[in-house]
Design a binder for this molecule. Sequence first.
Ligand SMILES: Nc1ncnc2c1ncn2[C@@H]1O[C@H](COP(=O)(O)OP(=O)(O)OP(=O)(O)O)[C@@H](O)[C@H]1O
Length: 237
Amino acid sequence: MVATGLRHAYQKLIVLDLDTFTVAPGDRHAVIGPNGAGKSTLLNLLAGTTRAQTATITYNGQVITRRSGAWRARAGIGRTFQHPAVYPDVTVLDCVRMGGWHHRHHPDRTPLEVLDLVGLIDHADHPAAVLSHGHRRMLDLAVALAGQPRVLLLDEPAAGLTDTDTARLLDILGGLPSWMAVVLVEHHMDVVAALATWITVLHHGRRHTDGPADTVRADPAVAALYLGAGGDDAAHR
Ligand SMILES: Nc1ncnc2c1ncn2[C@@H]1O[C@H](COP(=O)(O)OP(=O)(O)OP(=O)(O)O)[C@@H](O)[C@H]1O
């Protein structure tokens, strides 16, 4: 997946300005940065949730810039949301079935197996609305995994999780197939450290730094960026 000309503005406020962002099989690419840096905007443009203003996005050699999020999900670009929404009356199991409906004849995992993986098997028949915040997040991940994505875009998957759920999340993400590409937007640096091999740091919508994860995490300029940002953001580190 190659995105070029990723410039995005709300009114006159430019919130993202990247020349290019590429996603290749096997990537474990974290995108970090202070609040408002443009991380979710980037993910939303790649996922098709936000319509591109200037970007050109290709996937498997095909231009998909005008393709909807649903089309991209069917094509193998899965995502989770910073604020997962659920259909309140739909059961947890049916949510996962919907996530994988286009693979229903040859799924890698059945919906029940996906629910077992994310620790929600005991909630299969419950309406999604009764799930706790952390369990909604795990359901969101289950829905994305049920679609058997080749590119998985994760928007703060560890936000608000208990330590137990975070450990489970790390197990799940660590066990994803090596050919799958993962782009991870995350504030929890322990999760980034456990998963990412490459980090891009965004600041005011621009690329502040990028490089191998160990190098970027040790970069004093990156630490200073967060200290400068202060607030809740810095508290996660
Ligand atoms: N729908 C919108 N309308 C107007 N401004 C928006 C909208 N969505 C995002 N923004 C603004 O765009 C900027 C980038 O937001 P974005 O959510 O991409 O940042 P982020 O890096 O994901 O932040 P956070 O870590 O807080 O989630 C912010 O200043 C935000 O207020």
